[in-house]
Ligand binder design. Sequence first.
Ligand code: B12
Length: 207
Amino acid sequence: MSTLQEMAEAVINGNAGKVKEFAEKALTEGIAPQTIINEGLIAGMNVIGVRFKNNEVYVPEVLIAARAMHAGMDVVKPLLTDSEVRDKGTILIGTVKGDLHDIGKNLVRMMLEGAGYKVVDVGVDVSPEKFVEAVAEHKPQIVGLSALLTTTMTNMRTTIEALKSSHVRVMIGGAPVTQKFADEIGADAYAADAATAVEKANQLLAS
Ligand code: B12
């Protein structure tokens, strides 16, 4: 197995210590940081993402894998040049007003960071006004909204309305959210999981 494959395996197994070791080893082998992220760390998280979708693993395994991925990110991130990070664009992400769930949002953030985006995380229970202020400050190309409750999903609509004049693209997600709902409230994209969120962000910026 190559170092990157071993690293992906270690992410899947949630072994943060091994992930860190393989990340350091990959660097000494001259592998580029972005390749380590894509073909080692993200590759492992993608496997976990699919297993989670298929109910083969549960939230704790996902979090342990995400923590292991972070251990690898900590090793390679300082070596990414500013241009590599900035070139892809900035995404501002938060959980909407009234909602405190952040596990899914954090996973999406990590995947986007892994894919080379600069991500500004504004946290949980974020009001439409706060989103507007944060967008004015950080000037992202995309805003990501997360909601896990049927009662707070409606705050995605009010947030999108509040953001209309800011001309940012809005991507939404969370367990109760669907493509149909995204279309209804005028969101530019919907993703069911963190890996798809990266694909959708890439598509939004390409269009
Ligand atoms: C963990 C959890 C909690 C934790 C949250 C801890 C935390 N820091 O997040 C705690 C205990 C605090 C909690 C509290 C509550 N919870 Co809760 N909680 C859950 C639980 C078990 C798991 C959610 C989770 O983390 N899933 C794992 C992540 C990885 O999945 P995910 O969030 O869906 O995210 C993925 C995608 O949706 C997507 N995604 C997510 N966000 C975004 C954003 C963007 C931009 C994109 C593109 C994609 C995307 O990508 C992610 C990665 O693949 C769910 C049950 C379930 N199976 O969903 C209930 C659940 C969501 N909770 C529920 C409820 C009712 C509550 C409470 C109201 C309970 C209470 N009576 O107090 C409170 C509400 C508190 C509040 N105001 O928010 C209900 C919601 C029912 C409904 N339909 O509205 C659920 C469904 C449980 C149930 N079956 O009743 N909860």
